[in-house]
Design a protein around this ligand. Sequence first.
Ligand code: URA
Length: 240
Amino acid sequence: MTLDRILHSQGFGTRKWCRGLIGNGDFSIGGDVVTDAGLQIETEGLQFTVFGEPWTYREQVYIALYKPAGFECSRKPSHHPGVLSLLPDQFALRDVQPVGRLDHDTTGLLLMSDDGAFIHAQSSPKRHVPKVYAATTHDPVTPDLVGLLLGGVKLHDEPGLLAAEYCRKSGEYQLEIVLEQGKYHQVKRMLAAAGNHCTELVRTQIGNLKLAELGIAPGSWCYLDETQLAQLAPPFTKLD
Ligand code: URA
């Protein structure tokens, strides 16, 4: 692929802009400045530097973001900054999007990618990808509450009952709940339907991929490798 196409594919701007950037000497490979934007380069394993910052060529990107509170997942955020503002500009330019949504006040693990098939598969209800949430409640967590969430509660506008795959008390005002669906405000609405109120919500795990094992702080992100991506697929085993 030619250099200008490579940089364009990685979200550095239009091909014209990328040609300018390369021509100006702001692009290098292995420490050598390359100014010929039409140069054909093998993309596999390609590492390069733009404006002094190192990059690795990635055909698609798969990212885990530790979403902090106060950010919206929507593409056109209205009341709070969008989660894309937490990532380098290149990602928005290559159309990286959140996989599903977390509420603006929910924190925790959010997957992001520019691979449409991955986003679709990961969000599909048919795939039954379990998501683990740690919820803090207004009133104490009782065995009845856990029983109701496991047995199923009726939510407005939803046919039938919605039940947690798994739920357990983890503290006086804390519970861990696993859902396979991703309905609007689902945890908060289920807790309200069961007679309590969610005061804080953190998504701690998707499939078998645990936020705590990624070693990222709130507001930070990391690329996901093949092994981590494989952890997103069922069967769901890890919950300790
Ligand atoms: N359930 C909710 O209520 N909110 C979220 O952000 C995620 C799941």
